[in-house]
Design a protein around this ligand. Structure first.
Ligand SMILES: C[S@@+](CC[C@H](N)C(=O)[O-])C[C@H]1O[C@@H](n2cnc3c(N)ncnc32)[C@H](O)[C@@H]1O
Length: 342
């Protein structure tokens, strides 16, 4: 062994290897709803938490201490409490709750990542595929588990609110009067854009089972006059007529042929002078771009053809669809917005 090799330690290797323990500790803490209980109680001892959450004494202490070490809980003496971050984002009873991502990750993505080696050899998804029916949303039965669907939508809204604010500034909306968000879920992105530009009216286009969630969300926001829901399938139904169409976090769920089809359909639906907006965590070729690579692998594991993709690929598909003027912008730390003009 050379002197240089002798000076190496396996510390980095251990750090990477154990990262899944931290992830799963967080997922389970969200699943047992620890943070909401602490938000309600203010602070609690291990014994109080064991009783309230039905935690086995063999695991409870070190589980809670691991959360303290992860800076997701704080401890004063025997009392555990939420950190400011956990209090805001992990209490189910607050509108700022993002734990729906952790619930989805624990149930679907984490088991799928456990089969990564198999996926590497077969190229196949390792998560149950979304059944093609009028009931399921995000692999959840929306009629039997509406609360879980709502919690996941709330988590998605934490992104779409910030993306809506970014798009409200990025696009010159004075040129347009109407827009439609294709795969717009419960209409949150549309609501943010409509609030920022009072002359606009918008359509949220999604599968029929999203409508009850749209209705309650848009009613609560008081925007039912300006944002409407259009049920349909973006592969086969007529797309809404609008000056601007948006595909946000949609292309990453599908393979290249489906993406080409979606972009061509949007091009055909737009009037000359209209614009198509696409956003995803596009890969920009930076090797340290770990977040986007992890998201990409997650979509590969979770869907038959999905993955993140590069800006150049997106530009090529758009040109193929007929768009000639295309620009792109980096937004929200790890996202790219591509705007194509017809
Ligand atoms: C990952 S979510 C993205 C939601 C939102 N655009 C965002 O950025 O947060 C994908 C959305 O596409 C919708 N969707 C999936 N397949 C669809 C289809 N064939 N036609 C219309 N909408 C579809 C889903 O119901 C879901 O709301």
């Amino acid at each position: 062994m050379t002197q240089e090799a002798k000076a190496l330690t396996p510390e980095r290797f251990h750090q990477v290897l154990l990262a899944y323990c931290g992830s799963k500790t967080l997922m389970s803490a969200v699943e047992v709803d620890l943070f909401s209980v602490l938000a309600e109680l203010g602070a609690a001892t291990e014994e109080q938490l064991r009783r309230r959450l039905n935690l086995h004494p063999r695991f409870a202490r070190h589980f809670l201490e691991a959360l303290v070490a992860l800076e997701l809980l704080a401890r004063d003496g025997e009392q555990y409490r939420n950190t400011p971050l956990s209090e805001v984002f992990l209490d189910r009873n607050k509108p700022s709750y993002v734990g729906g991502f952790a619930e989805m990750t624990s149930e679907t993505f984490y088991p799928a990542w456990g089969r990564l080696t198999k996926a590497l050899h077969t190229g196949q998804a390792q998560a149950p595929q979304p059944p093609d029916d009028d009931v399921h949303l995000f692999r959840l039965d929306s009629t039997r588990e509406p609360e879980r669907v709502r919690r996941f939508m709330t988590a998605m809204d934490s992104h779409s609110t910030r993306m809506g604010e970014a798009l409200a500034e990025l696009i010159d909306w004075r040129r347009y009067r109407t827009f439609a968000d294709l795969g717009g879920a419960r209409g949150n992105l549309a609501s943010v854009i409509a609030k920022a530009h009072s002359h606009l009216t918008g359509v949220c286009f999604d599968r029929r089972q999203s409508q009850p969630f749209f209705d309650e969300h848009i009613e609560r926001l008081g925007l039912a006059e300006r944002i409407t829901f259009q049920a349909g399938d973006f592969f086969s139904s007529p797309l809404p007529e609008a000056d601007v169409l948006v595909y946000g976090h949609v292309l990453h769920d599908w393979g290249p042929d489906n993406r080409r089809q979606l972009l061509a359909r949007a091009h055909d639906a737009l009037r000359p002078g209209g614009a198509l907006v696409v956003y995803d965590r596009m890969i920009d070729g930076t090797p340290t771009d770990l977040n986007r690579l992890f998201f990409s692998l997650t979509f590969m594991l979770a869907s038959a053809g999905g993955s993140e993709y590069s800006v150049d690929e997106c530009r090529a598909w758009l040109r193929e669809a007929g768009f000639t003027s295309i620009e792109h912008h980096a937004v929200l730390d790890d996202h790219t917005v591509v705007v194509a003009y017809r």
